[in-house]
Design a protein around this ligand. Structure first.
Ligand code: 13P
Length: 255
């Protein structure tokens, strides 16, 4: 199965509009008027979306994402942003269920599921994040945790909805720590996640769905990780804050 890799920059709570513009000025000469054998996605904070839309809206090789969105369309939800509003900003993807939102903001599998279903209803493509903590891995709970996250988080999705959903496997212990899962560890988890998708949605859907790896991906480890048969790109935090290292990951990961 030929799956197009997807490399996504999750800027987290970094880069306001002026830093977004600086990044774009460094990044654009390398991506404008070029085609890539992969999808390239940038997820700035909400306040930088207008600037990112202005800078990348006409660049066909780059798509925009957001890092969260509400499960509701509009109304009395102080501090929230709805998917409907995002339609005005050339946003195609929405990161949902990131481990930081699960751990720091208490997002549950059911809550994330409601957001996934709302995103699909609005034709936004979820980048649905899953992954175990170190404690869970060392306690032999890796498969149990991934099974719960996938079965509850993606419940109610149709096969078409799944096809437009990207899964990001991000072991929590590898995020921002400099400790990357070894290629073998990552491949094993990805193959397991794909088997869960096969159980829930069928073998055809499982063969098509893209599963990104996230957690301390850098230019130096991208090639080895991307060579694994079930790894279809990366979700990158720290190393995607600089145009040169994000590009280095894309180049090395697709070489
Ligand atoms: P780092 O690449 O900084 O480890 O972050 C990974 C991540 O959480 C991307 O969503």
């Amino acid at each position: 199965m030929n799956r197009k890799p997807i490399f996504a920059a999750n800027w987290k709570m970094n880069k306001g509009p002026s830093e977004t513009e600086d990044f774009a000025k460094g990044f654009l000469p390398n991506v404008e008027h070029k085609t890539f054998p992969c999808d390239i996605v940038i997820a700035p904070p909400f306040v930088s979306l207008a600037k990112a839309s202005e800078m990348f809206g006409n660049v066909s090789s780059v798509a925009l994402a957001v890092q969260n969105c509400s499960q509701f369309d509009a109304g009395a939800y102080t501090g929230e942003i709805s998917g409907l509003m995002l339609k005005e900003f050339f946003v195609h993807y929405v990161i949902l269920g990131h481990s930081e939102r699960r751990a720091i903001y208490g997002e549950t599998d059911e809550f994330i599921n409601a957001k996934v279903l709302k995103a699909r209803e609005l034709n936004l493509r979820p980048i649905f994040c899953i992954g175990e903590t170190l404690e869970e891995r060392e306690g032999g709970k890796l498969e149990e945790v991934l099974r719960r996250q996938v079965s509850v988080g993606l419940a109610g999705l149709e096969e078409k909805g799944l096809g437009d959903t990207v899964i990001a496997y991000e072991p929590v212990w590898a995020i921002g720590t400099g400790v990357t899962a070894s290629a073998a560890q990552a491949q094993e988890a990805h193959a397991f996640v794909r088997s869960l998708i096969a159980e829930q949605f069928g073998a055809d859907a499982a063969a098509k769905v893209r599963i990104q790896y996230g957690g301390s991906v850098k230019p130096g480890n991208a090639a080895e990780l991307m060579a694994c048969p079930d790894i279809d790109g990366a979700l990158i935090g720290g190393a995607a804050l600089e145009p040169s290292s994000f590009l280095g990951i894309i180049e090395n990961g697709t070489a």
